[in-house]
Design a protein around this ligand. Structure first.
Ligand code: KG4
Length: 335
């Protein structure tokens, strides 16, 4: 089954062609990050407009890359939640019109389910059940994936997502948007151990997380140093900050593995590209004999391929939508 998949929930317009949920035939992505970098973060209205400008031509190039005609498309999949509402709406509206014009089923896909499914493309042997650590710019979740479309949230951030925290901390260190990648490079220039940063515990919910205090601590540290005219060791702070984020994520993922007895851990989302977090996950999983799946860097960030992969399994589970399909800014992954 050949699925044409659309992703437009933030600042990447992405169109992919995926066969049977596992084989990537085309992956066309147009990032708007340079444009939003001028403002230090994503400007939602600009994001929507740029998606409108890009999506039709990107579809043509995805079909050309796959070497197929429109008539060979069996179904259309699209991110319908969560994300910037105007941005998601562009993908949903376009996907609806394509599905209608081609007379093929329309498959709604939850964005974070897509992030997890990127691993199906990278690892042919990966099948549920497994535990997923989904860490992106808008979401931070520990999810028990019982089956391709049957999942439960075990832990979640109570405030900011890990990626949002990276982006804001990077901004006060003078790094460009999106800050995760430059922060990663800066952190690797130091051994850290210089700055003491807070960690959070949510009473009665040990797998839940909080990043807003950590974000504020880094902002305050940088501002205080600036006001007092004291030098800031940016590389050490980047390292200590990343270590603090990792210390929120990795022990909780290990605790969730212990609680559920799962033997496979899947990482997903933009923050899963972080080299320190990847190394911590590798070390801790190895200690416990847990098989770890780390997606290749190109499939950590937003892409259409992951929507095509998850779309296939949603379709197999009987999930399709009619032309009343709407876009949603928020939605739980287990709904
Ligand atoms: O998954 P993604 O592309 O978009 C969402 O679905 O949100 O994630 C984007 C986030 C941004 O916050 C970006 O700074 C972060 O992922 N990111 C990283 C790294 N690469 C991207 N964070 C930490 N380390 C990285 N190497």
């Amino acid at each position: 089954m050949i699925i044409l998949a659309f992703e437009s929930s933030c600042d990447e317009t992405a169109v992919a062609v995926v066969r049977n949920g596992r084989e990537l035939l085309a992956d066309a992505i147009l990032s708007q990050a340079d444009m939003h970098a001028l403002y230090g973060g994503v400007v939602p209205e600009i994001a929507s407009r740029k998606h409108v400008e890009a999506i039709a031509a990107l579809t043509d190039s995805a079909l050309a890359q796959a070497g197929i005609t429109r008539r060979e498309v069996d179904a259309v999949a699209v991110t319908y939640a969560p994300g910037l509402i105007g941005a998601v709406l562009v993908g949903v509206s376009f996907a609806k019109s394509v599905a209608y014009a081609l007379g093929v089923p329309l498959i709604p896909v939850h964005h974070v389910r897509g992030h997890i499914a990127a691993n199906y493309l990278a690892f042919p042997d990966l099948t549920p059940p497994f535990l997923a650590l989904a860490i992106s710019g808008g979401n931070t979740l520990i999810v028990d994936v019982r089956d391709y479309t049957d999942m439960t949230i075990l832990g979640a951030t109570r405030d900011d997502a890990a990626g949002e925290c990276f982006d804001k901390a990077a901004r006060v260190l003078g790094l460009p948007y999106p800050g995760g990648k430059p922060m990663d490079a800066l952190a690797r220039q130091s051994q850290g151990g210089k700055y003491v940063l807070p960690s959070a515990h949510v009473e009665g919910a040990p797998l839940d997380m909080s990043f807003s205090g950590l974000k504020t601590a880094v902002v305050n540290l940088a501002h205080n140093a600036q006001q007092k005219g004291e030098p800031l060791d940016a590389a050490a702070l980047a390292h200590d900050f990343t270590r603090a984020v990792s210390n929120e994520l990795v022990p909780r993922a290990m605790e969730a593995l212990a609680q559920t007895g799962r033997t496979k851990l899947v990482a997903a989302g933009g923050v899963a590209a972080n080299s320190i977090i990847r190394a911590d996950l590798e070390r801790e999983c190895q200690k416990r004999g847990v098989k770890l799946y780390l997606p290749p860097l190109r499939w950590c960030g937003d892409n259409g391929a992951m929507i095509g992969a998850q779309g296939y399994y949603e379709y197999c589970a009987g999930v399709t939508a009619d032309l009343h399909l709407n876009a949603y800014a928020t939605m739980d992954i287990d709904k």
